[in-house]
Design a protein around this ligand. Structure first.
Ligand code: FMN
Length: 218
């Protein structure tokens, strides 16, 4: 589908049809979309915790704000997006090894350059105490890819910031894995009585958000 049409049609689902499950091959496609998400210096600072069973929903529900319970209770699948608490040398080598394996790096000299340039960006954030913030920005890119990717497959979604990150970390023992939850996305097929389905989109007029730099006084 044309991406403009997709942008017009995609909306935040507030309630899903409990009887409709996402086919597993579409789930695999959604995972591929997340895996292929771009990130600064290909840092891929994320892990995705996938849930679909009632049990997995029960595990995360106490961390979800009550106004979002409807989404988690009725969705087919959901994903908790978490980021690493820091990207140490070991992880940076894991990234490099993967790039070598995938044939992106021609020789050892280029490998060294790649490692050093990525390290430069990572250290820059580390020194200014911005690592988690920077990684979270990457997570939002992945989330956006997921929302539009899902829509392209006819799957509805809800991006969710309305949850307690620290509580989620505790519920899933994320500390043990050195990661911190930053987002939840619920996925499925919108319920017929979801009021959001028929609500018109509302966005600021383009005249309020776009400025022609040739005329912009600055
Ligand atoms: C990062 C982010 C977090 C959001 N968190 C929630 C949430 O916790 N619960 C919810 O119902 N909607 C949430 N939304 C949905 C927004 O309210 C919605 O995207 C916005 O009103 C525009 O509507 P649309 O997505 O239908 O075009 C979130 C959206 C984004 C992008």
């Amino acid at each position: 589908m044309d991406f403009v049409k997709l942008s017009e049609q995609r909306f935040t689902a507030k309630k899903f049809d409990v009887n409709k499950k996402i086919p597993r091959d579409d789930v695999e496609k959604l995972k591929t979309i997340l895996q292929l998400s771009p990130s600064s210096v290909n840092s891929q600072p994320w892990v995705f915790l996938w849930g679909t069973s009632d049990n997995s929903k029960k595990r995360v529900r106490p961390a979800i704000a009550d106004f979002n319970w409807n989404r988690i209770d009725t969705c087919s699948d959901f994903v908790v997006i978490a980021v690493r608490k820091g990207l140490d040398d070991k992880f940076q080598h894991t990234l490099l090894d993967q790039e070598i394996k995938d044939g992106r790096i021609a020789n050892e000299e280029i490998a060294k350059e790649c490692f050093e340039s990525r390290k430069f960006f990572i250290d820059l954030r580390e020194r200014s105490g911005q690592t988690l913030n920077w990684e979270t920005k990457q997570a939002y890119i992945a989330m956006t890819a997921l929302l539009y990717g899902a829509a392209s497959l006819g799957i509805d979604s809800t991006p969710i910031e309305g949850f307690d990150e620290n509580k989620m970390d505790k519920l899933l023992n994320l500390d043990n894995y050195g990661v911190h939850s930053v987002l939840v996305v619920t996925l499925g097929y919108d319920a017929e009585d979801d009021h959001n389905r028929t609500r018109p989109k509302s966005r600021l007029e383009q005249s309020k958000i776009f400025f022609d730099l040739d005329k912009f006084p600055g």
